[in-house]
Design a protein around this ligand. Structure first.
Ligand code: ZN
Length: 487
């Protein structure tokens, strides 16, 4: 085991009482050299094994619901047992278990957590050319539900653990692997349970999870993303109250009319643009590698001239809505309810707004802004009860060690720059960031063209290039090695 090997070495030096000082220095120096240059894995053999492991986890049907992640948990536990890596199965529901495995380091640094979720979304089997849990290899691709979400991370994490263990590399920190259940639906069984009931098992300084990866265009990697931030989902409800009556006699207080007007105002409103370290770096980086026609908008939106900025904002809203959402706390009216008979004026109508708040948004102040936009005393504006993800308690910095290591690995392996991203959605990293763990979202490279063709995540033909599985295993291993090996 890595950590014990290193400690054992130090112990032997400690016992060499009569040995000359020079010899001790020479021994320490050679230990330092071997710590600096760990033996390269046999990558050809690693590739064969990666494919085997990838296929093995893809062939386990963990569509959620119902999940059945215990099948993956049992499989992984058995792999870890065989390698002599201590692993535990932890579960709130025995059919939805998580696995934690740990390689011990010497404790000089706090642990590093690498994780992947074992559940996948459901499938419409009739639409699949190859059965969704067959992991069929065809033309250099592997087809299966979960190939890019998230059994790529699961497999790369597993391979990293196996390679570290076999190499006996001394570690400055523990490396913890987590296979978590229930990411796609109910996080109660997975990250929520692990954070609430078993946090010491996964407590770490840094964490690598899903949420990024290299983006290929025309078969060439153009840039690599690392998710460093995510928005916080919050619902806001607008409830209009009026006087009920007969539909034949229209009333000024009609709740539906008040609500519709309010929804119209909120729908037209785009909250102010605000950049943070991640989004500013992202747009500047994107401008540096994009064709001039689009680079112009990424640059202009950062302009201090309000007119230039507004024009770019409008273009992004119409052409690249994801980028428009990254600029601000977004609001999308998604549910509207009211009325039950055409001849009855209802006394109440309700709309639900999906709000995705910037990480630094002040919720109370934002609610006041919505009230001002609505500007109607007949409408009550309040936060909806549901709030599924907690706010982050840490700032994930771009000058941090993991980010720099990820940047260097992307340069070496994908020959790209790295762009930090703020996800407009939410992931299981939210619960960890809320506990102070700095999390970075990574993943295997995907083709920009693949999503629109119907091969992306959650699609009816999810797939990954075998060669990209291999590059990702290497990226994952090299990043973890660099962050964890003893110095
Ligand atoms: Zn996922």
């Amino acid at each position: 085991m890595g950590g014990l090997g290193w400690m054992g070495g130090m112990g032997r030096i400690g016992r060499m009482g009569r040995m000359s000082r020079a010899l001790v220095i020479a021994v320490v120096a050679s230990a330092a050299i071997s710590a600096q240059a760990p033996k390269e894995p046999d990558w050809k053999a690693v590739e064969d094994e990666s494919i085997r492991q990838f296929q093995a986890v893809l062939r386990i049907d963990t569509r959620s619901p119902p999940g059945n992640e215990h099948l993956v948990a049992e499989y992984l536990k058995q792999v870890f047992d065989k390698e002599g890596i201590p692993a535990k199965i932890l579960a709130l529901d025995p059919n939805r278990s998580n696995v934690v495995a740990r390689l011990k380091g010497n404790g000089r640094k706090r642990p590093l957590l690498i994780m992947g979720h074992s559940d996948v979304v459901t499938v419409d089997e009739a639409k699949w050319k190859f059965p969704p849990f067959s992991a069929t290899r065809d033309g250099g691709w592997i087809y299966a539900r979960g190939t890019v979400d998230d059994k790529d991370n699961l497999t790369a994490g597993l391979m990293t653990m196996l390679l570290l263990k076999r190499s006996n590399i001394p570690l400055d920190r523990d490396v913890i692997f987590l296979s978590e259940a229930g990411e796609e639906g109910n996080s109660n069984f997975g990250i929520q349970y692990m954070v609430k009931e078993h946090f010491p098992e996964i407590e770490a300084e840094y964490c690598l999870a899903e949420g990024g990866g290299a983006i290929r265009v025309g078969g060439v990697a153009k840039y690599t993303t690392v998710e460093t931030l995510e928005k916080i989902p919050r619902g806001i409800e607008l409830v209009a109250k009026g006087i009920s009556g007969h539909g034949s006699i229209p009333l000024k207080s009609n709740a539906i009319v008040h609500l519709a007007t309010a929804v119209g105002k909120v729908g037209q409103w785009r909250p102010e643009i605000r950049f943070n370290e991640t989004t500013g770096t992202y747009f500047r980086g994107l401008a540096s590698i994009s064709p001039p026609e689009t680079a112009k908008y990424y640059r202009d939106v950062l302009s201090t001239d309000p007119k230039v900025r507004a024009a770019a904002d409008q273009w992004l809203f119409e052409n690249e809505p994801l980028h428009s959402s990254m600029l601000r706390t977004s609001v999308s009216p998604n549910i509207i309810q009211g009325g039950y008979r055409s001849n009855v004026i209802p006394s109440e109508a309700k709309a639900t707004l999906d709000v995705r708040a910037l990480p630094d948004e002040d919720p109370a102040a934002f609610l006041e802004q919505v009230k001002r936009i609505v500007d109607d005393p007949a409408i009550d504006v309040h936060f909806a009860a549901q709030n599924t993800r907690p706010a982050s308690a840490v700032e994930v910095r771009l000058d941090s060690e993991p980010y720099k290591v990820l940047e260097a690995a992307a340069k070496r392996i994908y020959n790209t720059i790295t762009l930090p991203t703020m996800s407009t959605g939410a992931t299981d990293m939210a619960q960890l960031r809320a506990k102070g763990v700095q999390c970075f979202g990574i993943g295997a490279a995907i083709d920009m063209e693949d999503g629109p063709k119907g091969y992306g995540m959650h699609s009816d033909q999810e797939r990954l290039l075998e060669s990209e599985l291999h590059r990702f295993v290497r990226y994952n291993y090299e990043v973890v090695l660099e962050l964890a090996r003893a110095r």
